[in-house]
Design a protein around this ligand. Sequence first.
Ligand SMILES: [Zn+2]
Length: 686
Amino acid sequence: MIKGFLSIFTIALLAISGCTENNINTNYKGNTEPLKQNSYIKLPLGSVKPDGWLKDQLKAQAAGLTGNIDDFWPDLLNSAWRGCTGDAWERGPYFLDGLVPLAYLLDDEKLKDKVKAWIEPILASSSDSGWYGPVKNKDRWPLAVANKVLMQYYEATSDQRALDVLKKYFRYILDTPPDWPDKDWRGVRAMENAVTGYWLYRQTGEKWILESIRSIQENSSDWTSYYEKFPWDSVAVADHKIPLQWKEDGLTAHVVNNAMAIKYPGLWYQQSKDGRYKKAVFAGIEKYDSYHGQAGGRFSGDEHLSGNTPDRGTELCSVVEYMYSLEELYAIFGDNSIADRLELLTFNSLPGTITPDMWAHQYDQQSNQVLVTGAKRAWSSNGDYSNIYGLMPNFACCLANMHQGWPKFSENLWMATNDNGLVAVAYSPSIVKAKVGKGKEITIREVTEYPFKGGIKLIIGTADAVKFPLYLRVPEWADQIVFSFRGKTVTGRAGETVRLTQRWVDGDEITFSVPMKIRLEERFNNSVSMLRGPLYLSLRIKKEYRSVKINYDNFGYKGSIDWEIYPLSPWNYGLMADKNNPGRGIEVTENPVTIFPFADKGDMVWNADSGKYIVWKKDAAVVVTARGMKIPEWTLKNNSADLPPLSPVKPEGVTEVIELVPYGSAKLRITEFPVIDLTQVQDVIR
Ligand SMILES: [Zn+2]
């Protein structure tokens, strides 16, 4: 820990990990005894609002599937959760888990009206026993999702009825025999209820709620032992031992369950205070990376854990659930590796698997994705149509569940600290309005085009001068960041969180630049991925979108929603990368992030395509030129790019200039490149 004081301004700088313990935030409700204090406290929904490109992204989402899908998809249109006679299981709550935060983050009256139409029947459904939701549903699993919906709704509206429904349901859990079989969704996902349970305890201070959570923890799937043993390793992948059913052991190999469960030992750590549970979380993340790791911070699962080769798919549900798990885990542990990964998922894996207008999504995305079609694939258990961009490719869970990704990321950009300050969790344009110090309300406007550009300016707005600590994260991949304010500078090193304590006045500015140095990450078969800041860079492939009709009529929706994508230019390039000097020979062009903003619809931030999507945007926000060489023997296999040949690869062709764009913008892509053996090439990079 470094601690220093600069001049009379009382600037403290230190590297922290949960360093704000021993203080209690007097503005926001954090964990109290007998729970362990968390590193940070999530701010109520509505405290952090998106701005700049992020607001455009959320507007695009509102104009896309999220703002429209419940008007024509029968499972939502006729959902029993909104008082009709249709689907009574997870789809309604999944959708609301994204619609509710989106409506209140955008202050969109039309979306708020939609929320009301769903929420009123849910609030009215609470029965004497405490059970709620559609009468015909007898399964506890969809209620675990609905709990999170009511939690967010309460934060945004202070509607006491939502709190009452939740309290009655947690009383129901305590008063009835445990029903969390580990052979069913409600059992393997049982601790999802604990997210709301701990929140409810923080709101009310009623200790019996902790006994409800203990009952869930002790009677549901033991994910902690799972992460300690981690049976589904590389040997299990190679020997085809990963179970592929949707019952029994298959549920522990199911990618979405894994993405949700990684937070469960962390949640229980708050109550058990036993380091074993903290260790299990970080061991689990490490094992995902080792055995199933993919570019973009995610792990594979199509739809069961699928190994670490770049031809394997990752289901969209697992991306948004992993993001949410990381948001919860960051508040608990305050470990910056968690926030770094959250940015990787948000800025790569999430936009990479959804079209820029948020009208079509994939079920499975690939790091090396060179053909998006319904042709036969080597998925572990998914159907052939899993990687087209469409309305409902393969199965409809992602169509219902995808909506939470961007809104929840936005609401977690800032959190409160135990010493009445604020911490920047992840960087993006935003405005936070929150209470600091002894209850003073301030705003911080974050002006930036991060992650496309490195510059960030924080502008403080306050009626009166107010002293509070401001915590700023330095990503582990950044060497250091120099923070400037009032003519002073403070330097934070990789992975640290810097604390600036000041008597801040209106208009104070903190400026800094996150270094956007090009770097390489080693991947399968000695291949490499290139990164710039938190953005993975993928080969730009010319492409053709073909509208397809798969086996349903899109519920009468008139427009084209299902797309296959075919490559029109070669993709089989090796990268001529200098591992000792990754930036050598690389040229970076930063383009405007938003070019054709639609006043009411938002801009298509993640666009980069020729073909269908060129009408919306001239070019990707970042374009990088590098040098590459075709590898003739690297071809398609099972309708995916074959595994990259072992690097270094002997050069056989001519040096070419190739273009790379952000992974999130590249709907066809190579992201794990074989590396050409530079020692055998003359004058490659000048
Ligand atoms: Zn899904």
